[in-house]
Design a protein around this ligand. Structure first.
Ligand SMILES: NC(=O)c1ccc[n+]([C@@H]2O[C@H](COP(=O)([O-])OP(=O)(O)OC[C@H]3O[C@@H](n4cnc5c(N)ncnc54)[C@H](O)[C@@H]3O)[C@@H](O)[C@H]2O)c1
Length: 328
């Protein structure tokens, strides 16, 4: 019988690593850390090239760096994925590529299925028993909480297309762990924010409003989310990769809930205390409260390092430093 606890301790230093979604928000920050802190040899997969090219630090790390190579491929194409695996022998695989926006998944379920489910099948199928795979899932799988904070044992009641695609991705991982002895951990991420995040997510949207339009307009002040600054989220992913046990699920959350109203006030105070916050009191989609039980992650030695307010300040700085036109 295989003892997965013994297989659990892994060292990233100098490892050969694959990161899918390497041009995305979390993926590009993860690549940066793997290169700079662990001296990894990193292969990136994404179907777009790094998009926030104006970020000098990232740009210099990801371009012209002999330890980083990039494959512009679609993970739903099994043949292309297989070719990358044929050319490399990976110690770790961080599978982050996804159609990550629930609204886009709802608009095009076929695409969400191809990327998030077929793409995940291609990754787990191509990986072998010798490499550890960390699959990036989402707290969206929990659906409406029956009990807070949300522990990993909470039922997966999410039923929108994005949540379903992540549940299916998790099940594929567990299937390969249970039946083919693949060394796989699942990370259920709550709300990561920070440098490099663009698109219509709550924090970049509000920062853009505050900085460029000098107003903050929120749909509803009451929902509660568990926000984690990108540096801590990358540390959590790295911790799970090195310390996690195969076949286990780990929440990536701080355990601290913040209302959208409080987020708006903190942002206003950081940008201009006189700015008006307009609460539109609209009905919002999704859970009213998502807060992680983060004890399992903490049991691996991970701790929050960046306070929410400090993370927000750093993100505003990044936004100001980067051409804001990119961030829409
Ligand atoms: N950001 C969060 O707060 C959050 C919360 C929960 C879960 N997650 C998960 O974390 C992962 C990373 O999220 P993110 O915020 O960095 O999102 P992101 O959209 O910035 O990054 C995802 C990357 O995947 C790439 N991608 C999409 N389809 C692809 C395909 N067919 N082939 C190759 N690459 C493809 C995209 O081009 C993008 O660069 C995702 O799996 C997401 O579901 C993120």
């Amino acid at each position: 019988m295989i003892c997965y606890q013994q297989m659990a301790r892994k060292d990233l230093r100098g490892a050969k690593v694959l990161v899918t979604g390497s041009s995305g928000f979390i993926g590009s920050n993860l690549c940066t850390r793997l290169l700079s802190e662990f001296g990894c040899s990193v292969v990136g997969i994404d179907f777009i090239t790094p998009k926030f090219a104006k970020d000098d630090d990232l740009q210099s790390l990801l371009t012209g760096n002999e330890s980083f190579s990039f494959n512009q491929i679609d993970i739903s194409n099994g043949k292309e994925v297989e070719d990358v695996f044929k050319q490399n022998d990976f110690d770790f695989i961080f599978h982050l590529a996804a159609l990550a926006n629930p609204r886009t998944c709802k608009q095009d379920f076929g695409l969400a299925f191809n990327v998030n489910v077929v793409g995940t099948k291609n990754m787990v199928e191509s990986s072998d028993k010798g490499s550890r795979l960390v699959f990036m899932s989402s707290a969206a799988v929990y659906g409406n909480p029956l009990k807070l904070p949300l522990s990993e044992a909470h039922p997966r009641n999410g039923n929108d297309p994005y949540s379903i695609s992540k549940i299916m991705g998790e099940d594929l991982c567990l299937c390969f762990f249970n039946n083919y002895e693949h060394d796989i951990c699942i990370a259920r991420n709550f709300n990561t924010f920070g440098d490099g995040q663009i698109g219509d997510y709550i924090i970049p949207t509000l920062i853009k409003q505050a900085v460029m339009e000098h107003k903050i307009e929120i749909w509803n002040s009451k929902p509660i989310r568990d926000f984690m600054y990108i540096e801590d989220a990358v540390s959590a992913i790295v911790t799970i990769a090195q310390q996690g046990s195969a076949g286990e699920v780990y929440n990536i959350g701080t355990g601290k809930g913040t209302t959208i109203g409080s987020l708006a006030s903190t942002l206003r105070n950081a940008v201009d205390q006189k700015m008006i916050v307009n609460d539109m009191e609209k009905q919002v989609l999704g859970s009213s409260e998502l807060v992680a039980d983060s004890r399992k992650l903490a049991s691996l030695g991970w701790r929050v390092q960046v306070r929410f307010e400090d993370g927000l300040r750093k993100t505003i700085e990044w936004f100001n430093h980067t051409n804001p036109v990119v961030a829409n």
